[in-house]
Design a protein around this ligand. Structure first.
Ligand SMILES: [Zn+2]
Length: 188
């Protein structure tokens, strides 16, 4: 295992948190998962939205594939192009990111960049992805992501611009040709 070669594993830890960190604890990894939850699927879209070095992105995508958190899906045959889609195992990380985001807002910076609401009733989700009004755990595709008051209204990259519109988690981000405005998101 390459993580062991890096000397960053927690093999001596009999703890499921430590075992999970073996998979998602590397720098950038959870942000790749976050973007995948936001609907980002394509290599170049991860690249421009995350501002991540190419080699690091390639490495993180490979390990997420190897761990069964992402899977490849062919979207174009010639030339062959694959996109990266969360598996069920990967989608199950949503409450972790929700909790982490709430913790960050409440304990670090207080900014509200994005709100996450139950699409059925509009209520903001609780810390674990639950809807307090409906007293239910909200399925990930029923989570509505809405820009918060502190989000940059005129971001430079096209993925961020696509994410300015209210949208459900996992709804694919569809962009036009490189640098173009998003297409196919809003039929109007
Ligand atoms: Zn609700």
């Amino acid at each position: 295992m390459d993580v062991m070669a890096l000397g960053k594993d927690y093999a001596s830890q009999e703890c499921s948190i430590a075992r999970a960190l073996e998979i998602v604890g590397e720098r950038w990894t959870l942000l790749v998962v976050r973007d995948a939850l936001y609907g980002v699927r394509r290599y170049n879209d991860f690249l421009v939205h995350l501002g991540i070095p190419r080699a690091v992105l390639a490495s993180r995508l490979q390990s997420l594939l190897a761990e069964g958190i992402l899977e490849k899906r062919r979207y174009q045959e010639s030339p062959p192009r694959d996109e990266y889609v969360l598996t069920e195992r990967g989608t199950a990380l949503w409450p972790v990111l929700r909790s982490l985001g709430r913790w960050g807002r409440e304990n670090i910076d207080g900014t509200l960049l994005r709100e996450f609401r139950h699409a059925d009733c509009g209520t903001e989700l609780g810390s674990y992805g639950e809807c307090p009004a409906c007293a239910t755990v909200v399925p990930v595709p029923d989570v509505l992501m809405v820009p918060g008051p502190d989000l940059d209204p005129a971001p430079a990259d096209p993925v961020s611009r696509a994410l300015l519109k209210p949208r459900r988690l996992l709804e694919p981000v569809v962009l036009g040709p490189a640098g173009a405005e998003p297409v196919g998101v809003d039929p109007a």
